[in-house]
Design a protein around this ligand. Structure first.
Ligand code: ADP
Ligand code: MG
Length: 445
C-alpha cells in the first residue's frame, strides 16, 4: 500500500462491508482522495450536496477505517469541487495580482527576460537594434505573428530599454491599435481644437509603438488621419514600430498607399516556438513563479502546447494554483489538469468564431472569403459545410446565427449542411479525424 489511491481503494472496500455496495456507490462515486498531508486526509467531492451527506453520514466511519489502516489519528478534510472551483478562482486572481504588482506598467516585459529562439530571433534582433539606432535603420519596423508569441512583450521591451538608459527626454508612446483609432475618432468628432491637440501629441513623439495595428482602419477619415500622422513622424525620422497578427498585405481594412508604407521599412515575423524555446520558457517561468518542475513534466507540457507562449505561461500559473489549493504534487497528471484548464479558458465567442474560419480555411487550403461566400466549387462547399458543423459543435450558436456568419444564409441551409456532414462522418471515418484536428487547432489558437 503505497499511494493515497491504494489507501482509498481499501477504505471503499471497508465501507462496502459496513454499509452496502450500492449505497457506497451512490455516495462515493466521484470522490477523489487528494492528499495525505501529515495526519490530514483531503477528499475532493463533486458537489456541495454530496459533501454535506458524506460529512454527516460517512465521515466518522471513513476516519475510523483510515486510523485502523494507517495506525495514527487522522483528520478528515472534505472539500467540494464547487467550493474548490471558487477557491481556484481566488488563487489565480491572487497570482495575477501578484504578477501585476510586480510589474507596474508592464515593467517586466524586458529584453533580458525575453527568451530568444529560432522562431523569434529576427524580430528580437530588429527590436534591439532600433533602440540603438532610432529612426534611421528599420523604419517603420513591422512585426507580425500569431497570438501569444511575444509581440506586445517586445514593444514594451523597446520602451523599457529606452527609458532604462535614462533617456528621459525621449518621448516614447505605446498604444493599442484600437485605442489609437478610438482616440482619433473621438478627436475628429470633437472638432478643430481637439484634432489639433491630437496631432500635436503625436507629432512630437520620438518613438511611436502601435500594438495590433490590424484593428486600425475602417472609415476613410480615420485612414486619412492615420496616414497623415504616420507620414509626419516618418518624414521627421521618428521611429515607428507596429505589430499585427498578420503581414501588411493581409490587412484588408488598410488603404493600399498605407499598406505600401508599412512595407517600406523592415518586416519581421515571429513563428511558433520550437521545442527548445518552449522548454526554456517553461523553465524560466517556473523559476520565476517558484514552481519546481522536473524535466519530465516540462517535456510533457512542451510536447502538448506548441503554438502559444501565453499558454505555456498560463499552464505554469495553473500548476501553481493546483499546488497551493490541493497540495498536489507537480507531476504529469497535475500538468495535464493545468493544460486542460488553460485550453478551455478565455476563448471568447468572437475569437472562437474567428479561429474556426481561419483554421478551417487553412485545413482545406481555401480562403475565408470562399468559406463564407456562395461560390459552388466542390472544395469551397466542403469547407463551408465543415465550418458550419464545427461552429455548431463548439459554440452554442443557433442555426440562424451561424447562417448570418456566412453572408446571411438561411437556417435551413445551415441545418442541411450539418446533416450532410453528419452523414459523411458515418460513411468515411477520416472526416471525424479531420474535424477533430481542426477543432484542436482552434482551441490551441
Ligand atoms: P502577443 O502580443 O504576441 O499576443 P505577448 O507579448 O502578450 O504576445 O506574450 C504573451 C505572454 O508570453 C506574455 O506574458 C509574454 O511575457 C510571454 N512571452 C512571449 N514570448 C516570450 C519569450 N520569447 N520569452 C519570454 N516570455 C515570452
Ligand atoms: Mg499582444
Amino acid at each position: 500500500m503505497n499511494s493515497i489511491g491504494d489507501v482509498w481503494a481499501h477504505i471503499i472496500q471497508k465501507l462496502e462491508g459496513a454499509y452496502s455496495p450500492s449505497l457506497v456507490e451512490t455516495w462515493m462515486t466521484g470522490v477523489r482522495p487528494l492528499a495525505l498531508d501529515g495526519n490530514v486526509v483531503k477528499l475532493l467531492i463533486p458537489s456541495d450536496f454530496q459533501r454535506d451527506v458524506i460529512s454527516t453520514d460517512f465521515a466518522e466511519k471513513i476516519a475510523f477505517f483510515l486510523e485502523a489502516l494507517l495506525g495514527f489519528e487522522v483528520k478528515l478534510e472534505l472539500l467540494s469541487a464547487e467550493e474548490r472551483a471558487r477557491a481556484e478562482m481566488r488563487v489565480s486572481r491572487e497570482i495575477e495580482d501578484q504578477d501585476a504588482t510586480e510589474s507596474p506598467g508592464q515593467n517586466d516585459y524586458t529584453f533580458s527576460n525575453f527568451i530568444v529562439g529560432n522562431s523569434n530571433k529576427f524580430a528580437h534582433a530588429a527590436c534591439k537594434s532600433i533602440t540603438k539606432h532610432l529612426g534611421d535603420s528599420f523604419n517603420p519596423l513591422f512585426i507580425y505573428g500569431g497570438s501569444g508569441l511575444g509581440k506586445t512583450h517586445l514593444l514594451y521591451a523597446i520602451r523599457n530599454e529606452l527609458q532604462r538608459f535614462g533617456k528621459t527626454t525621449l518621448k516614447v508612446h505605446y498604444i493599442k491599435g484600437d485605442d489609437f483609432t478610438n482616440e482619433m475618432v473621438d478627436s475628429l468628432g470633437m472638432g478643430q481644437s481637439a484634432m489639433r491637440a491630437f496631432r500635436e501629441k503625436y507629432r512630437f513623439l520620438d518613438v511611436l509603438l502601435i500594438d495590433d495595428i490590424q484593428f486600425i482602419g475602417g472609415k476613410e477619415s480615420t485612414q486619412e488621419e492615420f496616414f497623415h500622422t504616420f507620414n509626419t513622424l516618418y518624414e521627421a525620422n521618428k521611429q515607428i514600430v507596429l505589430t499585427s497578427d498578420r503581414p501588411p498585405k493581409e490587412i484588408k481594412t488598410l488603404e493600399d498607399r498605407q499598406r505600401t508604407r508599412f512595407e517600406w521599412g523592415l518586416i519581421a515575423d515571429i513563428q511558433a516556438p520550437d521545442i527548445e524555446t518552449r522548454t526554456a520558457i517553461l523553465n524560466r517561468k517556473s523559476r520565476d513563479l517558484g514552481v519546481a518542475m522536473t524535466p519530465e513534466v516540462a517535456d510533457y507540457i512542451a510536447g502538448r502546447l506548441k503554438k502559444d507562449i501565453r499558454q505555456l505561461e498560463g499552464t505554469v500559473k495553473k500548476i501553481k494554483a493546483l499546488v497551493l489549493l490541493d497540495h498536489r504534487e507537480i507531476n504529469i497528471e497535475t500538468a495535464e489538469a493545468a493544460i486542460a484548464g488553460v485550453l478551455s479558458d478565455n476563448i471568447s465567442l468572437p475569437l472562437l468564431i474567428d479561429r474556426a474560419f481561419i483554421e478551417t480555411s487553412a485545413y482545406f487550403s481555401v480562403s475565408v472569403e470562399d468559406i463564407k461566400g456562395n461560390r459552388r466549387n466542390a472544395d469551397f462547399i466542403q469547407a463551408r459545410q465543415v465550418c458550419m458543423y464545427i461552429l455548431r459543435e463548439i459554440t452554442s450558436m443557433s442555426l440562424k446565427q451561424i447562417g448570418d456568419l456566412f453572408g446571411g444564409k438561411d437556417h435551413t441551409t445551415v441545418r442541411h449542411s450539418i446533416l450532410k456532414i453528419e452523414r459523411e462522418i458515418e460513411e468515411q471515418s477520416d472526416l471525424r479525424g479531420d474535424i477533430d484536428e481542426i477543432i484542436g487547432n482552434i482551441r490551441q489558437g
